[in-house]
Design a protein around this ligand. Structure first.
Ligand SMILES: C[S@@+](CC[C@H](N)C(=O)[O-])C[C@H]1O[C@@H](n2cnc3c(N)ncnc32)[C@H](O)[C@@H]1O
Length: 244
């Protein structure tokens, strides 16, 4: 599985939102910006402005890829729940498709807050909620159930997304804006490339959960529904940002 390609696809879904929120959060005046859970740098590479860019991730291989994709970034290996940074170190701290993977997301948000200057901003651009996933036609609902099970097994909290804003507020962040991202889930805006990537992820996640021929049956059903315009897929994905 080419995870960088998947992260680039997800980054495409949030491009406009990130550009708008970064402007509102004063990206052009920021001196120090941190992405927690930066992965291969699919999002970090897009950050504009004069700030010094930093990325933190727990996975060494991801950081090695990030070093290639974002050569100017200062990269640190570490756990977001105990970051090796002093208090009030960054003007902007952000994450993208990340908190869903963290055992104690409140601990992560408090750490993000600790390393942000007073008056600085924290942004969570995209946290999906698979418990609210909708699939149509109904024969494809199985896909959503299987993927949710696979995510739990991989260590994610699939129902995190809808809790994001509440958690920001509970952690003492002055929430400025929150909502759901507009994603090309509806058939008219999904490209063949998007569909193929979605299936690469499904095949990767479900290979041990369902016999290969059953999975291929679902894939065929999905393809027919998608090509004929009656495939429905909605995974609500939330954002929130606020002042520290
Ligand atoms: C789904 S990827 C998202 C990568 C990047 N934010 C993006 O959108 O392209 C999640 C990343 O979080 C990292 N991660 C998971 N748990 C972490 C933790 N406790 N501390 C720091 N990074 C972590 C993973 O290694 C992975 O690179």
């Amino acid at each position: 599985m080419d995870w960088h390609a998947r992260y680039l696809q997800q980054a495409g879904w949030t491009k406009e939102l990130r550009s708008y929120l970064f402007q509102r959060a004063g990206v052009d005046e920021a001196k120090n910006i941190l992405e927690v859970g930066c992965g291969s740098g699919a999002v970090l590479k897009d950050v504009k402005g004069p700030a010094r860019l930093s990325g933190l991730d727990i996975d060494l291989a991801a950081l090695q890829e990030c070093a290639v994709n974002v050569p100017k970034a200062i990269l640190t290996r570490g756990d977001v729940q105990h970051m090796p940074f002093s208090n009030q170190n960054f003007d902007l701290v952000f994450c993208h498709y990340f908190l869903i993977w963290i055992k104690k997301p409140d601990r992560a948000i408090l750490e993000m807050k600790r390393v942000t200057v007073h008056g600085g901003y924290i942004l969570a651009f995209a946290e999906p909620d698979y418990s609210k996933r909708e699939d149509g036609p109904c024969e494809l609902q199985k896909l959503g159930r299987l993927q949710t099970e696979a995510l739990i097994e991989q260590g994610a909290n699939p129902s995190f997304g809808a809790k994001l804003t509440r958690l920001f507020a509970d952690c003492g962040i002055d929430v400025l804006e929150a909502g759901m991202i507009a994603k090309p889930d509806d058939n008219s805006k999904r490209s063949t490339q998007d569909w193929m990537m979605e299936w690469k992820v499904l095949e990767n996640d479900l290979e041990d959960r369902i016999p290969a021929e059953k999975l291929q049956e679902l894939k065929k059903l999905d393809e027919t529904a998608w090509q004929n315009g009656y495939r429905m897929l909605n995974i609500p994905t939330y954002f929130a940002w606020g002042r520290v």
